[in-house]
Design a protein around this ligand. Structure first.
Ligand SMILES: Nc1ncnc2c1ncn2[C@@H]1O[C@H](COP(=O)(O)OP(=O)(O)OP(=O)(O)O)[C@@H](O)[C@H]1O
Ligand SMILES: [Mg+2]
Length: 311
């Protein structure tokens, strides 16, 4: 008997548009996926594909044009009761891409880390708040005395830790990590990844981990979704996706991963994805389908038949 896993986040046919009604641009087009509690779910795609927009729609910064977002079984997009809004504001936190620009330069670390507490948790005394800040800083490996300093006094890795402390202080269940290491030096990327993974184990956190290349997400994500120009093109467990990539865009992303062997690296051909390679017609349209158990792909019936035969 298989155990029913709880879906903490459910995104159903999500569409997000920008611009005016007359000149609108669809940044996210009919995207569906769910994230199980305790899971690390990767969302991967090139710049401008709509990854951050999906994250920002989940935390209710961007209004949605269509579809539903459910958190812990309750719909959280569109107009929602104030109490639920406050609950979502606390339980879902986001860590941002660029720690050099996402921290308020004029505020001290103490204020930056505790900012979220001012809105929700009423009744904390100044001393209790300071204690929470000290605890959050030490949880991410920073000294409590850093609270009285300004962001410019810190390195990129330390600043990203401040961003993580700011999320943790809210005691969230779900964290959206939007390319949390891409702006960091290679040498400190592993430290930040290890920190995120330790925190997940200790607190049972659920992550949506956004990245633009597949190499980063391979070892930390349970399942990965690949997005291209606002549409999901493939979704599978990490190992399955690496072993049996189906969509030509996923294959192109995989071919871009550097290989450790310099000879193999020099010989390899970079695949370039050409959207014109599909044979889509009104009789043979693309659809989101399950190619193998738990492995979904955007494909026409003809493509699906061919890809299933090949793998
Ligand atoms: N506030 C906005 N107003 C208008 N267009 C926007 C806005 N935010 C995003 N877009 C557009 O929506 C599309 C998706 O942007 P988004 O930031 O979600 O991409 P991304 O996948 O996160 O890219 P990156 O890897 O560069 O962070 C892009 O074409 C972008 O220009
Ligand atoms: Mg982004």
């Amino acid at each position: 008997m298989t155990e029913q896993r709880k879906k903490l986040i459910q995104v159903q046919d999500l569409t997000v548009k920008f611009g005016s009604r007359r000149h609108s641009f669809t940044a996210v087009d009919n995207v569906s996926f769910h994230i199980y509690q305790g899971e690390t779910f990767g969302l991967v795609g090139e710049s401008g594909s709509g990854k951050t927009t999906i994250g920002r729609s989940i935390i209710r910064i961007h209004p949605t044009a269509g579809g539903k977002i459910l958190f812990d079984g309750k719909q959280i997009n569109g107009p929602i009761p104030r109490q639920l809004d406050q609950e979502v504001t606390r339980r879902i936190q986001m860590i941002f891409q660029d720690p050099m620009s996402s921290l308020n330069e004029r505020a001290k670390v103490d204020y930056i880390v505790s900012e979220g507490l001012h809105a929700g948790h009423h009744g904390l005394t100044a001393a209790q708040r300071r204690e929470k800040v000290a605890k959050a800083l030490s949880d991410v490996g920073l000294l409590p005395e850093f609270a009285s300093r300004f962001p410019h006094e810190f390195s990129g890795g330390q600043r990203q830790r401040i961003g993580i402390a700011r999320a943790l202080i809210m005691e969230p269940d779900f964290i959206i990590a939007d390319e949390p290491i891409s702006a960091l030096d290679v040498s400190i990327r592993a430290q930040v990844l290890n920190l995120l993974s330790r925190l997940q184990k200790e607190r049972g956190l659920t992550y949506l981990f956004i990245a633009h290349d597949l190499s980063v997400v391979r070892f930390i994500c349970d399942r990965i979704a690949v997005i291209h120009k606002g549409k999901l093109v493939e979704l599978a467990e990490s190992e399955e996706l690496f072993a049996r990539p189906l969509h030509p865009y996923t294959r192109a992303l995989l071919s871009a991963i550097p290989q450790p062997d310099p000879i193999a690296e020099r010989k390899k051909t970079l695949l370039v994805y050409d959207p014109a390679c599909h044979d889509y017609t009104p009789d043979n349209p693309p659809a989101w389908q399950e190619a193998f158990p738990g492995h979904y792909v955007l494909a026409s019936q003809k493509e699906l038949d061919a890809w299933q035969k090949l793998s």
